[in-house]
Design a protein around this ligand. Structure first.
Ligand SMILES: *Cc1c(COP(=O)(O)O)cnc(C)c1O
Length: 367
């Protein structure tokens, strides 16, 4: 039984006819940049998340770059973030000429550890940038309290957490700005690159709308140096169809997670994901902490079962950030997790037989 890490064939099977219809509408007027579907998607996303402004852009990475720039963060400023995340979280700070300051993670949730944030705050700190890793929101109650106390902005990197909630509140709605990625493998994926910024703040929304078009307002008059970062009309058309499915897909992922939680619970060598009782995860990934991780990975691959390491090297130890002068053991939890984590297939179209095959293969390895 083959079980891929993600099966886009299965995902698109049912919805391709509707996507074709929606794309035909784009071909009927050829408004490829900022067409009708972009505005429609933004409105639909505002409603889905209950956030006042959605601003589509070209990728989740660009959404972060735009968010940081909109807050006026740049040269000489510091942004506190997690080292256990995808590269773009930190590169977006760097690309705005600010300095990423990495704070270690909570070993239970893999998210930024609020108890370690205050020690990292300096007079140059401008913002905290938590990531809702693997679909589980960071502890936004604690993080917002620290941010208010020290007068810091909060940017939520929600590339992996669309629709996840914390204490009954939607991710992306806690901080000043939240961002989304529609990279094809995310829970809501486009047929290419796309992203979005979200905010309840009218002024920030207006500025981000300008920043995505070269910082111009009106046309050919530039108050800021912005980006060329629009969300393609064709991608918006695809996402409009897929957004209707998202809640059901998230529910499917949670059901699969519940299956694994039960099926793997008595295997001593693996720890299934811990979800904070205040959080509802959308399981962008289902990530185990394992003994002999590399051996298990090899075993699963031999059985035709997909799995992946998110992430094999903490960002503070990446070569490109050598000038920040971090060294091994500076952030021990993150570094340890990069040696122990393994994500297994969790996509909603998994069949019962596939779920059983994954669980059986893990069980057999440790027997
Ligand atoms: C995917 C991802 C991004 C970047 O999104 P792109 O659309 O690929 O540019 C940023 N942060 C996190 C945590 C991600 O998982």
């Amino acid at each position: 039984m083959k079980v891929p890490m993600l099966d886009l064939h299965a995902q698109y099977e049912k919805i391709l006819p509707r996507i074709r219809e929606e794309l035909e509408k784009v071909f009927s007027n050829h408004h490829y940049i900022m067409g009708e579907q972009v505005k429609e998607l933004e409105a639909k996303m505002e409603k889905y998340l209950g956030i006042k402004h959605a601003i589509g852009c070209a990728s989740g990475t660009d959404a972060l770059v735009i968010a940081i720039r909109a807050l006026g963060i740049g040269e000489g400023d510091e942004v506190i973030t997690t080292p256990f995340t995808f590269f773009a979280t930190a590169s977006s700070i760097w690309r705005n000429h600010a300095k990423p300051v990495f704070v270690d993670i909570d070993p239970k949730t893999f998210n930024l550890d609020p108890a370690k944030i205050e020690a990292a705050i300096s007079p140059r700190t401008k913002a905290i940038m938590p990531v809702h890793l693997f679909g589980q929101p960071a502890d936004m109650e604690a993080i917002m309290e620290i941010a208010r106390k020290h007068d810091l902005y909060v940017i939520e990197d929600n590339a992996q957490g669309i629709g996840a909630t914390f204490a009954g509140k939607m991710s992306c709605s806690f901080g000043d700005i939240g961002t989304l990625s529609f990279f094809p493998s995310k829970n809501l994926g486009a047929m290419g690159d796309a992203g979005m910024c979200l905010t309840n703040n009218d002024d920030l929304a207006a500025k981000m709308r300008q920043l995505r078009v070269h910082g111009e307002n009106p046309k050919y008059f530039h108050k800021w140096v912005g980006l060329n970062s629009r969300l393609d009309t064709m991608q918006a058309a695809v996402l409009l169809v897929k957004l209707d499915e998202l809640s059901a897909w998230s529910e499917g992922r949670r059901k699969n997670a519940a299956y694994y939680n039960e099926a793997l619970k008595d295997i001593k060598q693996v720890r299934t994901p811990y979800i904070d009782p205040r959080a509802v995860s959308i399981y962008n990934q289902y990530t185990l902490i394992c003994e002999d991780r590399d051996g298990l990975m090899k075993h699963l691959n031999e059985q035709g079962i997909g799995c992946a390491i998110y992430y094999p090297l903490s960002l503070h130890l990446q070569e490109c950030f050598a000038s920040l002068n971090y060294k091994a053991n500076d952030l021990p939890v993150s570094e340890m997790m990069s040696q122990k984590v393994l994500s297994i297939p969790i996509y909603p179209e998994l069949s019962t037989e596939q779920l059983e095959a994954v669980a059986a293969a893990i069980r057999n390895y440790y027997k």
